[in-house]
Design a protein around this ligand. Sequence first.
Ligand SMILES: C[S@@+](CC[C@H](N)C(=O)[O-])C[C@H]1O[C@@H](n2cnc3c(N)ncnc32)[C@H](O)[C@@H]1O
Length: 220
Amino acid sequence: MFIKNIKHKNIFLDGEGDNWFLRNKKKLNNPLKDSKIINIVQNIIFNDKKKKINFLEIGCSNSSLLLNLKKQFKNIEIFGIDPSKKAINKLKKKGIKSYVATADNLQFKNKSIDIIFYGFCLYLCDQKDYKKILSNADKVLKSKGSIIILDFYSKKIKKIIYKHDKRVSCIKRDFTKIFTAKKFKLIYRSYFNYSDMYETDKYNEHDLMNIAVLKRGKNV
Ligand SMILES: C[S@@+](CC[C@H](N)C(=O)[O-])C[C@H]1O[C@@H](n2cnc3c(N)ncnc32)[C@H](O)[C@@H]1O
């Protein structure tokens, strides 16, 4: 049977973002993940401790990271976006400036964000949107801004059917390549297994993940 190609982002905007949030809302407090990201932010802003920092999490759902960053750094202004209306409503009630949106369509002022964090969402984004995702990051990020990616990692690109909706395929790949293709260079990367950071009853050899940091400039 012919299945119409619906964009993943529309599936998430039309309900799967909310469903993800409802399935996972009890697991969204992850101190280990938060401390790793807080450490990286600390390193990025080491020389600019007094400067006001604008931090944006893309694919934030209602995760604990944004509030923990706010507790940790007095000079940080935090923003979040996610396709889930339910998750964003919850975040708004906690006083976080957050919006229903997707990675390819960032409605922030040009050159206004110091750090963009792709919070384990690129594996769900449409491959067709990668160019737009890059150009949107380039547009809203300040000239000395940084990108942090937390996501699956695979040397070769793999496509796996998303078990909650067969119209969506999850991508496992080196997502830094979206950004190093133009404009950005990789300055730090660490690898770990999914089960090292997230609750799971299964161990799968494909579930290798990475945290990567990129800055503007060419790879050498
Ligand atoms: C695995 S969850 C990660 C949630 C949170 N950042 C965390 O680490 O717990 C992936 C999130 O990406 C969101 N998402 C899916 N497609 C997206 C897109 N195109 N742009 C931005 N976020 C997206 C989903 O709604 C979901 O909240």
